[in-house]
Design a protein around this ligand. Structure first.
Ligand code: SF4
Ligand code: SF4
Length: 171
């Protein structure tokens, strides 16, 4: 390398160094754009929607009537439903209000039904869900809605599959 080329290269390096230094000094005195998660949280917009959850009636029963529309419309095939007549679970879990409000038929095994079709199993794979909201839009019973909780993390793929209980709790 001749002397002229060496000089040009030193000038170029010094120039780039000063540009970098300028950026560092400027950023050092400006307000940070990052924050200390999870101590500090993002303020999310009111209209922000994340994962779906299941809605219940005033007496705690599921609004879902297992019509399969959401399962059919879901573009990522994240929803798996099995229909059945079991709604309220085991006898000891029934509240007095539920017993009073519904004429329940005993199905055997200590389980009850209110005579309407409900999902005996309702699962959403949150690892597949793309939060598109089609399930909420298509549901005729307002039984499924998208919530604002986006902070979900799992140690295995199975943990990402939410059943009825988790889908109600995640409201
Ligand atoms: S939000 Fe979209 S992707 Fe997620 S379960 Fe509903 S329809 Fe499927
Ligand atoms: S959540 Fe709504 S659309 Fe989906 S099966 Fe239940 S009633 Fe039908």
């Amino acid at each position: 390398m001749n002397t002229e080329k060496q000089e040009n290269s030193i000038i170029e390096i010094s120039r780039n160094f000063l540009i970098g230094l300028k950026t560092t000094i400027k950023t050092f005195f400006s307000k940070p754009v990052t924050f200390q998660y999870p101590k500090e949280r993002l303020r999310i917009a009111e209209r922000f929607r994340a994962f779906p959850h299941l809605n219940v009636n005033g007496d705690g029963s599921l609004r879902c009537v297992a019509c399969f529309l959401c399962q059919t419309v879901c573009p990522s095939e994240a929803i798996k439903i099995k229909s059945g007549y079991v709604d309220y679970g085991f006898e000891h879990e029934l509240t007095e209000r539920q017993k009073h409000n519904h004429s329940l038929d005993k199905l055997g095994g200590g389980m009850f039904s209110d005579g309407r079709r409900h999902p005996s199993s309702f699962e959403i794979d949150l690892l597949r869900c793309i939060c598109c909201g089609y399930c909420e839009e298509i549901c005729p019973e307002e039984a499924i809605s998208l919530g604002s909780d986006y902070e979900v993390a799992f140690y295995s793929r199975d943990e990402g599959i939410y059943g009825i209980e988790k889908l109600i709790k995640s409201r």
